[in-house]
Write a protein that binds this ligand. Structure first.
Ligand SMILES: Cc1ncc(COP(=O)(O)O)c(C=O)c1O
Length: 431
């Protein structure tokens, strides 16, 4: 049997051989070694415990090592851990897909399961393309997306990410050329003005013949800047898509499962997209799984024209372990008074972070649901600030100019206070 590595051996192998997200192997910033996690705490190899403010990139909404989620996986392992989905079906996938149909906005009643958020976006883009090609509308082959948008790191998903801050400059010669509208500029609570929508409208007017779908993150542009925008904007986008005969894809990979204060962010505007992408919190952060939902109109059109089938089929599609833990995570969420929990977190984030508005280095403080954002004027040195956060016993990973919190929903008020206090202390110390 292989002997477990010592923390020192892990550190050496990590430094010499392992890529981390968006990282350099020649000038790596330190990777902290986690040996276990429980509740909202991560335990490092040197015994340090950190309160988690990130929910592991917005996925671990119930925290770590949760008995109900552990049990779902252990029970499922005793039955079947994986089986191909081609020509086979099973109870965990059926339960999950029926639940997703029931809890997502009206009209989305077909579900395609895949491995990760980016892949669910690829699936959504392909569904939109096949919807039009099945009707021999081959000219509808481009997407309208938004500046500051983020939809994932695979090639198709990258093509609809922000063209400046995304990775277009690196992959410019390969990426499909999409059409970009200005990012929404209306704040979440701003009174509606028609001018907010002029740019998208004019781009649709000029290009709708060639546009398969609009893709948008409802209410919050996440990794592109954590900007919240008015629900009226989504309503107007829905109307524009209908009048210009273009599909609407809502990417709720970051916002789904309660994070913004509604179960799905589309509910803020009472809109139903034609295609919906879900991921991240779908399994409570336990397993990688994503889902793309669409209307019967889309599935019927795809299946009645062209090849007659939808052309995608990942090896791990519908993985039973992932589906069973997703079922347990959704039950856990819906069986609790999660709205009150999110309101409590929201009130505390606002109360405790809003004072930072006055700080000379802070540009803006904003909160929505269980999300608190402190935007600095200058780009943040992540390696440097993370060391300070760790010394405060908290796990926060800023990006670009933003320090933010998206804690697990089961965080106590005391632990949340440690996170907000830690941010205040570190900003005062470094800026
Ligand atoms: C809105 C949105 N779409 C897509 C993705 C990509 O998901 P994944 O990292 O699971 O591929 C993300 C990840 O941050 C996201 O926030």
């Amino acid at each position: 049997m292989t002997k477990p590595l010592t923390p020192e051996q892990v550190a050496i192998i990590d430094k010499n051989h392992i890529w981390h997200p968006y990282s350099s192997l020649t000038k790596p910033i330190p990777a902290y070694q986690v040996v276990s996690a429980s509740g909202v705490r991560l335990k490092l190899s040197d015994g340090t415990e950190l309160i988690d403010g990130m929910s592991s990139w917005w996925s671990a909404i119930h925290g770590y090592n949760h008995p109900a989620l552990n049990k779902a996986l252990i029970d499922q392992i005793g039955k079947v851990s994986h089986v191909m989905f081609g020509g086979i079906t099973h109870e965990p996938a059926a339960t999950l897909c029926k639940t997703l149909v029931d809890i997502t906005p009206d009209g989305l009643d077909k579900v395609f399961l895949s491995d990760s958020g980016s892949v669910s976006v690829e699936v959504a883009l392909k569904m939109a393309l096949q919807f039009w090609s099945s009707q021999e509308r081959f000219e509808k082959s481009r997407f309208l997306s938004f500046k500051k948008g983020y939809h994932g790191d695979t090639l198709g998903a990258m093509s609809v990410c922000d063209p400046v801050n995304g990775m277009h400059s690196l992959f410019n010669h390969t990426l499909d050329k999409q059409i970009f509208a200005e990012a929404p500029i209306c704040g979440f609570h701003d009174a509606w003005e028609d001018r907010y929508i002029y740019d998208v409208k004019s781009k649709l007017e000029a290009n709708s013949q060639n546009i398969a779908a609009v893709i948008i993150e409802p209410v919050m542009q996440g990794a592109g800047g954590l900007n919240f925008y008015s629900p009226f904007y989504m309503q107007e986008i829905r109307k524009l898509c209908d009048s210009y005969d273009v599909l609407l894809i809502a990417d709720e990979i970051a916002t789904g499962f309660g994070r913004t204060g509604k179960l799905f962010a589309c509910e803020w505007s009472d809109t139903s997209p034609d295609i919906l992408c879900l991921g991240k919190a779908l399994t409570g952060g336990y397993m990688t799984l994503a889902a793309t939902l669409c209307t019967s109109k889309i599935s019927n059109t795809i299946c009645s024209g062209g090849s007659g089938v939808f052309m995608h089929g990942p090896t791990y599609m519908g993985n039973p372990l992932a589906c069973s833990v997703a079922n347990a995570s959704i039950d856990l969420l819906l069986d609790t008074d999660w709205q009150t929990t999110i309101k409590r977190i929201n009130t505390q984030l606002k109360d405790q972070l809003s004072g930072l508005d006055e700080h000379r280095s802070v540009k803006d403080v904003r909160c929505l649901g269980a999300i608190g954002v402190v935007e600095m004027f200058e780009k943040i040195d992540v390696g440097k600030i993370q060391k300070e956060f760790v010394s405060e016993g908290i796990w926060i990973r800023p990006f670009d100019k933003r320090i933010y919190l998206m804690p697990p929903y089961n965080i106590s008020s005391e632990d949340l206070k440690k996170l907000t206090n830690g941010i205040i202390k570190v900003i005062n110390r470094l800026y």
